[in-house]
Design a binder for this molecule. Structure first.
Ligand code: X5A
Ligand code: ZN
Length: 641
């Protein structure tokens, strides 16, 4: 099961033929540098190359009007003058004699990608296309977009492949208003977009791009707008929105397919976006989506105008789609005040639609007096920002360890396919054997591992002690199931313990020992996954460990798909360095655990209706208690007294 890459040079063969400052960044080089970087890095060779095709009229008509299609069809034979005039009826877009052809290829590329993923030919993939699509509407071109590639792909996936629920994640820095209009009243397509908004001063300056446009009629709640009211948003702002809005809702929605409107104008250096998120953030955004929809993720290029950060971001995305561990999410700050304000607004207006948000706070007072306001925050001055060039270090080169998954299993258990048995022969002492395995992970010779031991509590103590000594970084211990967690020495901050348990525990030993209490224990997928998404992941990302120790207690009650989700999601940390520890007799978990460690997407948890109100409330309470110490847990602005 591979990753599809869909690209055709033909889509570089149109450009702006006159002077228009609004369109000057949309150049053919956007595609050539992106594809070039994939080739040079060897990533393109590792993908399954799928040819593009032209979309048919019927496919275009899934989203667009016949009148509009007929009008666009006349453009290839137009004179320069006619093209300029034709262009004038739309906003921030240009036509060219070859753009109709390219626009058909851009749709066709997206549909080829959907076909490849939905038929199981590949697991996921990316289409590098021009023109982009998310601004184009039923009967109009807009914002460099002619036809709405992703909207057509969503309808096509539903009609052609029977996808019931499609999630569209639009991480481009502009609002895909065309996608919003298309699915506004449709609960089968969940559209999420974050976008530069600046209280409606930024293009396309629509009031319906704000957080309070949530969808209409049956589709109410299925349109999520996260407006950025300041420029300069950073990695922690983006991640906070994933942890506290998108992922909880996406897991509750349970899509059959994830389409990404993958615009990279949300990256640092982009002249349109003016944000400061670094290209490696896209590795994490991608990774965090890859356990939804059984891994069926189709990324389709939208914007991205900085010819340095664009190819870097594209490479990060494709790396991750291929299953390579993400780089460490280093130096995450607290989300800025303006981002928190947006977060709070979005969570508040969506709490009636999504049970995971039921206990979200009210709108901040600054938002109820809408838009006259002055939220500070994003610390960068926009004018300074745009006038001077920005530098950032290129993403770290990813060095993949020679062994992905090592296992220590009882002799009578066969080694799962793709894993390497870590031999006890050289290390007759079981303790030393485990320590040696940890050493190899620390040295990046082994990426991850699974060990079955006679007593998880004993093993956990030894492994934690050894790991802390061997690492020059921190250790995250995640323990699932009731009972004691006998880890000492969290006082020095070198170990963080997060324990999921049914029993309310007195064991809150300061900042670095956190017990997450779930009424129904770990067997309740709804409560558990929400705790993982909105508590464990933010803690883990902020803590930035060098190794994750994931311990399953006997009789934890955790179901198979939940366990695989947890194992999958945690691999975004510590460059995927994770050691899973389970009791010797938990043999039925070996196969599923190894498949997750090998990077195979977890099965979905089903639609999560049953999230217990008392659990949501308890999680909210715990989160509020922890926010003074852990900034990525914040979901509200601190209101001034
Ligand atoms: C796809 C995309 C941006 C249009 C900006 C017009 N379009 N000012 O990023
Ligand atoms: Zn854009």
């Amino acid at each position: 099961m591979g990753t599809a890459l869909i690209y055709d040079e033909e889509m570089t063969k149109y450009k702006l033929l006159w002077v228009d400052p609004a369109c000057k960044f949309e150049v053919p080089e956007r595609l050539t540098v992106s594809h070039g970087a994939l080739v040079e890095s060897g990533l393109a060779d590792r993908c399954v190359s799928v040819p593009v095709r032209e979309a048919t009229d019927a496919e275009i008509l899934l989203v667009h009007s016949a009148e509009y299609l007929e009008a666009v069809k006349t453009t290839p034979s137009m004179s320069l003058e006619d093209l300029m005039e034709f262009t004038l009826q739309y906003g921030d877009v240009y036509f060219h004699p070859n753009i109709y052809h390219c626009a058909k290829l851009a749709i066709g590329a997206s549909l080829q990608l959907v076909d490849s993923v939905m038929t199981g030919k590949v697991r996921n993939g990316m289409a590098l296309v021009r023109p982009p699509g998310h601004h184009s509407m039923h009967s109009a071109a807009s914002g460099f977009c002619i036809f709405n590639n992703v909207a057509i792909a969503a309808r096509y996936a539903q009609q052609r492949h029977g996808a019931k629920r499609v999630l569209i994640v639009d991480w481009d820095i502009h609002h895909g208003q065309g996608v919003q209009y298309c699915f506004e009243d449709d609960p089968s397509v969940l559209y999420f977009s974050w976008h530069r908004f600046e209280h409606q001063k930024f293009w396309p300056q629509l009031k319906e791009s704000d957080f309070d446009t949530v969808g209409k009629e049956k589709g109410a709640g299925f349109n999520i707008n996260v407006p950025w009211n300041k420029v300069g948003m950073q990695n922690s702002d983006y991640l906070s929105v994933f942890f506290h809005i998108l992922l909880p809702v996406a897991y509750e929605f349970c899509p059959d397919l994830v389409l990404v409107s993958a615009g990279f104008d949300s990256a640092i250096g982009d002249p349109e976006g003016e944000m400061r998120a670094t290209p490696d953030i896209f590795a994490h955004l991608t990774h965090l989506l890859m356990n939804l929809a059984e891994g069926k993720v189709c990324a389709v290029l939208e914007g991205g105008y900085n010819l340095t950060s664009l190819p870097q971001s594209v490479c990060q995305t494709v790396h991750t789609l291929l299953g390579d561990p993400a780089p460490c999410p280093a130096n995450l700050d607290a989300p800025c005040k303006s981002a928190l304000e947006s977060l709070q607004c979005v969570r508040s207006v969506h709490r009636t639609y999504w049970s995971c948000l039921r206990h979200a706070a009210d709108l901040p007072t600054s938002c109820s007096t809408k838009h006259i306001n002055t939220a500070e925050g994003a610390d960068q001055e926009p004018t300074e920002e745009s006038s001077q060039e920005i530098f950032w270090p290129p993403p770290m080169k990813r060095v993949f360890p020679p062994t992905r998954t090592a296992v220590v299993l009882p002799d009578d258990v066969a080694c799962p396919d793709g894993c390497k048995r870590w031999s006890l022969l050289e290390h007759p002492d079981p303790q030393l054997c485990l320590s040696a395995l940890v050493d190899k992970m620390v040295k990046n010779e082994i990426c991850n591992g699974l060990v079955l031991v006679p007593d998880v509590s004993v093993a956990m103590i030894c492994l934690a002690q050894h790991a802390v000594a061997a690492l020059n970084k921190r250790l995250l211990v995640v323990c699932v199931g009731d009972g004691m967690v006998p880890i000492q020495g969290t006082e020095d901050g070198k170990t963080l313990v997060v324990h999921f348990s049914r029993k309310e525990s007195e064991e809150q030993r300061g900042k670095h020992f956190i017990t997450v209490h779930l009424t129904k224990g770990c067997g309740d997928a709804s409560g558990f996954i929400q705790a993982v998404l909105s508590l464990l992941l933010p803690l883990g990302y902020e803590y930035d460990p060098g190794l994750v120790l994931l311990v399953q207690k006997p009789d934890s009650g955790v179901c198979d798909s939940m366990w695989r989700q947890l194992t999958g999601l945690l691999q975004g940390l510590a460059q995927g360095h994770m050691l899973v520890v389970m009791q010797e007799d938990e043999r039925k978990h070996i196969g599923p655990t190894c498949s997750s460690l090998l990077g195979i997407a977890a099965p979905s948890l089903g639609q999560l209706h049953s999230l217990l109100p008392e659990d949501v409330e308890a999680l909210e309470r715990l989160r509020r208690r922890l926010t003074p110490d852990w900034k990525l847990l914040q979901t509200t602005v601190a209101e001034e007294p």
